[in-house]
Design a protein around this ligand. Structure first.
Ligand SMILES: Nc1ncnc2c1ncn2[C@@H]1O[C@H](COP(=O)(O)OP(=O)(O)O)[C@@H](O)[C@H]1O
Ligand SMILES: Nc1ccn([C@H]2C[C@H](O)[C@@H](COP(=O)(O)OP(=O)(O)O)O2)c(=O)n1
Length: 418
């Protein structure tokens, strides 16, 4: 922890913080001198004491695990007069600079219980705490960075004034996507599960099922057609019909051999969950390579799903916060087999809800969230459309199943000469 804190300090005053109040981000930064700037919005009309907690550790697994637990830990141990808001700190436009945490307003009588808890956290956990103090007149606020536990030798910087900051060009939640949410090589995803082996036994089981990188890259003779889309858009119906119509093999990602481990990874923080899905694609790629030497191959979900869901979860707020079209975030990994055609089924939300209801089966938590969270659904769809190399061809899935099949067969014949 101490090492990580020290590595942050040289850039400390270049950092910008964002606190989300009712879903809207408010930005502030710090500086050594006050030049008459107004008080940042999060500190205005504020009688309480304010603190920020940022999770930071060079151990990415520990950081992801601790962040996932932190909110519950705080809500359980803090007094009801404490209010938490999501917060982050970042170096504008600098990749991998995002630190996530919470902003805490405490309106209770005594500061002691909260400060005791925060002090304990700084000593035991990978967290960086700051307190904020209002000047005598109320016109200025200063930030005080707490030292971490027993590292007395560390040179702490002096207090800084907090001042309002501009919204950055790229939304902060986009800064850490690469290799935290979306993996662009076998090695990067592999390393995450390898580091989890001691704490998640299922991670070792997944590693044992993995192919070599060469196997995952083998290009088959027959065309490979991937069908993508949100849950209940008709992927299973269409992929089974395509298999029958084309005499094709039908595969899926994640592959069946990972089904017993999937629920465990769905409970893990994004870093670990997304590494699991990323590795699933390499297993499916080997199966595609084998089957594709004999017949055409239809694949139910592949890398588009892995990337689009991960990006949509990682990026908070509206669709415009997503990385712009053309961003490297949307680039197909060079070591994943490229399908001949990717079709993305779309459906208006009302019809999709009707199909989900009619099917009446259990849904993943994420799909339930999708149903309630229109924004998330829009972000997944937008991310699907922006992925390139191969891009996906969008097909309206609202007509009857046989018409959707005919339309996709036409696309396949045009593109794959079957
Ligand atoms: N073109 C279609 N028109 C009407 N209903 C459909 C169509 N395609 C699929 N369905 C129905 O919608 C539900 C979801 O389809 P399914 O193929 O299971 O979707 P997914 O695999 O994408 O989750 C199923 O009950 C299915 O019978
Ligand atoms: N190739 C894939 C397939 C699914 N995922 C992830 C993306 C979402 O978190 C879920 C969506 O899966 P869901 O349970 O809705 O999918 P199915 O109903 O099994 O088709 O799985 C993935 O990351 N990569």
């Amino acid at each position: 922890m101490a090492r990580r804190t020290m590595s942050l300090i040289p850039h400390w005053s270049s950092r910008v913080s964002s606190v989300e109040l009712n879903g809207t981000p408010f930005y502030f930064s710090t500086q050594e001198k006050h030049r008459g700037e107004e008080v940042p919005r999060v500190f205005r009309e504020n009688d309480g004491r304010c603190y920020s907690l940022l999770v930071c550790s060079s151990d990415t697994i520990r950081r992801a695990k601790f962040y996932a637990e932190l909110k519950d830990k705080l809500l359980t141990n803090l007094s009801p007069e404490c209010h938490l808001s999501p917060m982050c700190s970042f170096l504008p436009n600098i990749k991998d600079s995002l630190l996530k945490g919470y902003f805490l307003k405490d309106t209770s009588e005594s500061s002691s219980p909260t400060e005791r808890l925060l002090r304990d956290l700084t000593q035991r956990d990978p967290v960086l705490v700051c307190s904020y103090l209002r000047g005598e007149t109320g016109g200025v606020w200063t930030q005080h960075l707490w030292s971490d536990g027993d590292n007395h030798t560390m040179q702490m910087p002096k207090d800084y004034y907090v001042v309002p900051a501009e919204a950055p060009e790229h939304h902060p939640s986009t800064l850490n996507i690469i290799n935290s949410d979306v993996f662009y090589s076998f090695e990067e995803a592999y390393q995450v599960l390898e580091k989890c082996g001691d704490i998640i036994p299922e991670a070792r089981a997944v590693l044992e099922l993995l192919p070599s990188r060469e196997e995952a890259r083998r290009k088959p003779d027959f065309p490979v057609i991937v069908i993508e889309g949100l849950d209940a858009t008709g992927k299973t119906t269409l992929t089974e019909s395509l298999r029958d119509a084309l005499g094709a093999s039908l595969l899926r990602s994640p592959p069946h051999c990972l089904s017993p481990m999937r629920a465990r990874f769905d409970r893990e923080p994004p870093l670990i969950r997304r590494a699991f899905y990323a590795l699933g694609n390499y297993i499916t790629a080997v199966q595609i390579g084998q089957e594709g030497m004999k017949t055409p191959v239809i694949v139910d979900r592949f890398w588009h799903s892995t990337a689009a869901y991960a990006i949509a979860t990682a990026v908070s707020g509206p669709v415009c916060n997503l990385p712009a079209e053309g961003s490297e975030v949307y680039c197909w990994p060079s070591d994943v087999l490229q399908p001949s055609l990717v079709v993305c089924l779309t459906l208006d939300p009302e019809e999709r809800r009707r199909r989900l209801r009619d099917r009446g089966q259990g849904k993943t938590e994420e799909e339930q969230e999708l149903e309630h969270n229109q924004l998330f659904r829009l972000k997944v769809e937008k991310a699907y459309q922006r992925i390139s190399g191969p891009a996906c061809v969008t097909v309206d899935a609202s007509p009857p199943a046989d018409l959707v099949l005919q339309q996709v067969l036409l696309l396949i014949r045009g593109k794959c000469h079957l």
